[in-house]
Design a protein around this ligand. Structure first.
Ligand SMILES: C[S@@+](CC[C@H](N)C(=O)[O-])C[C@H]1O[C@@H](n2cnc3c(N)ncnc32)[C@H](O)[C@@H]1O
Length: 314
């Protein structure tokens, strides 16, 4: 498995990544983007925060937001409206085809437009930039080029970032409270998985497709897609901090995402109240408390967590 960022990717690796995204767009949509009900449960809370952050003290209306590496567009589409206009870019035609269809399906085409573009070059005259799980797909060289462009964004541009980070386990003695919290998170996760398998029906096609993605990754030594690798602690901050001031940083989507993906694998797209109203909110609450202490219980080495950053361009 890849454990280090590629320094300089070659043509073949870049092509492998592009082909991977075009080939797997539909599967990734199911397991990562998931359906609208699941998005409302596990994504909307932080996407609402994203919107509040970008709209706060905005000098233009509607705000113009660039989403780089937008994939199927669900992230900003969920919060796009007459005050929040989005231009999504991605280098995968397959992903953008889904994005255009979904914008129509949800009557958001007035607020969401999409363009085929590589992340190495992007528009600078925008009020906000959203980067949701893109940067960890770039090599170190591509990241340097990306940040040369990024440096040209106008002062005051709001930048929201959501990326996977390897979580460094904290050493030292775990307190009783931490132990109890960790056990609680683990219990909720296990119980949710059990209930999902009892109340749902395994989606065999999705399971096979995910097994293929995982076995391809194992055979080729990839983390998941050919180029991706989560950031190590401070790596992402080191890229952004010369250009931006950090306003907020928080962890999201650990146990809730695990549960949501397990539900999807069990064919449950519209979770019952037991999941949406009890188990998932409880998991979020315990995760939040656990992260304040030693969140070690079920984190194996090389596990990543998703972290949101709110930056303002200097
Ligand atoms: C993990 S997906 C994230 C998509 C979307 N933001 C989301 O969270 O669902 C990564 C996206 O980055 C795109 N991507 C990867 N490398 C890229 C590049 N060099 N330029 C533009 N898009 C790229 C892929 O096509 C894919 O849609």
């Amino acid at each position: 498995m890849r454990t280090k960022r590629i320094i300089e990717s070659d043509f073949n690796t870049d092509e492998a990544e592009r082909i991977w995204w075009n080939t797997n767009a539909g599967i990734i949509e199911k397991i990562w983007a998931q359906g609208i009900d699941m998005q409302h449960i596990i994504r909307l809370p932080y996407l609402k925060k994203l919107k509040t952050f970008i709209l706060k003290n905005a000098t233009s209306s509607p705000v113009k937001v660039l989403e780089i590496g937008c994939g199927s567009g669900w992230v900003c589409r969920l919060v796009a409206d007459e005050n929040f206009h989005v231009i999504g870019t991605d280098f995968s035609e397959g992903q953008l085809a889904i994005a255009n269809n979904m914008a129509k399906q949800f009557n958001k085409e007035k607020y969401c437009t999409y363009e085929l573009a590589d992340a190495s070059s992007f528009k600078k005259e925008v009020d906000g930039v959203v980067i949701h799980a893109l940067l960890h797909h770039l090599s170190a060289n591509e990241l340097s080029k990306f940040f040369e462009q990024f440096a040209q964004l106008k002062t005051g541009t709001k930048v929201f970032v959501y990326e996977p980070l390897f979580f460094s386990r904290q050493d030292g003695k775990t307190s009783l409270t931490d132990k109890l919290l960790n056990i609680s998170v683990k219990t909720i996760r296990t119980l949710s998985f059990k209930l999902a398998s009892i109340t749902g029906k395994k989606n065999a096609a999705l399971t096979d497709a995910m097994n293929k993605i995982n076995s391809d990754a194992e055979q080729n030594g990839w983390y998941i897609s050919p180029k991706e690798i989560p950031f190590v602690p401070n790596e992402l901050e080191n890229y952004f901090s010369p250009h931006c001031t950090l306003q907020n940083k928080y962890i999201v989507n650990k146990t809730d995402l695990d549960i949501a993906q397990n539900l999807t694998m069990n064919g449950i797209d519209k979770p019952r109240f037991m999941f949406s109203g009890i188990l998932i909110p409880l998991a979020c609450w315990f995760d939040k408390l656990s992260f304040k202490g030693k969140f070690t219980h079920f984190l194996n080495p090389h596990q990543h967590l998703f972290v949101c950053f709110e930056w303002i361009k200097k």
